[in-house]
Design a binder for this molecule. Structure first.
Ligand SMILES: [Zn+2]
Length: 155
């Protein structure tokens, strides 16, 4: 953005210098060449201005997204799932009509809301996955399945 600003200011300054000399030119060829150079500098300044306008638009979008996230993140609180998995859960009374859910702590810390998906539970473990950052872990403590050996054919 600073490069576009400097380029735009440089083009305006050059255009101004050319414009000062055009009025004193008697030779029409020199004057036409100076006008062409002037037009090129004006185009350069317009291109730099357009780049700045685009950049300002991008920054305004980033700011709006940041402000939305700052209020959104207050709906969540950090929780530790056993044995040591961290996630953010929506606070009681802050659901805003959404079902109870968790969001990814990695993404939260990068100012992004990404649901932590529960892929299923079994044998004391619950599998979690974040599709944004790829976080994949299980919480809980493994309980081996209870195998009934009394039904063996070898009795
Ligand atoms: Zn994530």
């Amino acid at each position: 953005m600073i490069a576009e600003t400097i380029a735009g200011l440089g083009a305006v300054k050059t255009a101004f210098e050319i414009a000062k000399t055009v009025k004193d030119m008697d030779n029409s060829v020199d004057r036409n060449l100076a006008v062409i150079n002037l037009q090129n500098e004006i185009l350069s300044a317009q291109a730099a201005q357009a780049a700045l306008v685009n950049r300002i638009g991008d920054l305004e979008k980033d700011l709006a997204r940041f402000e939305t996230w700052e209020s959104e993140k207050k709906r969540y609180e950090l929780e530790q799932l056993p044995p040591g998995i961290f996630a953010y859960r929506v606070k009681a009374g802050m659901e805003n009509g959404e079902p109870p859910h968790k969001i990814c702590a990695n993404c939260y810390n990068k100012n992004t809301k990404s649901l932590l998906h529960n892929l299923g539970s079994g044998n004391g473990l619950t599998q979690w996955k974040c599709h944004s950052c790829g976080f994949a872990e299980h919480s809980g403590h493994f309980n081996p399945p209870n195998i009934n050996r009394s039904g063996s054919w070898m009795a």
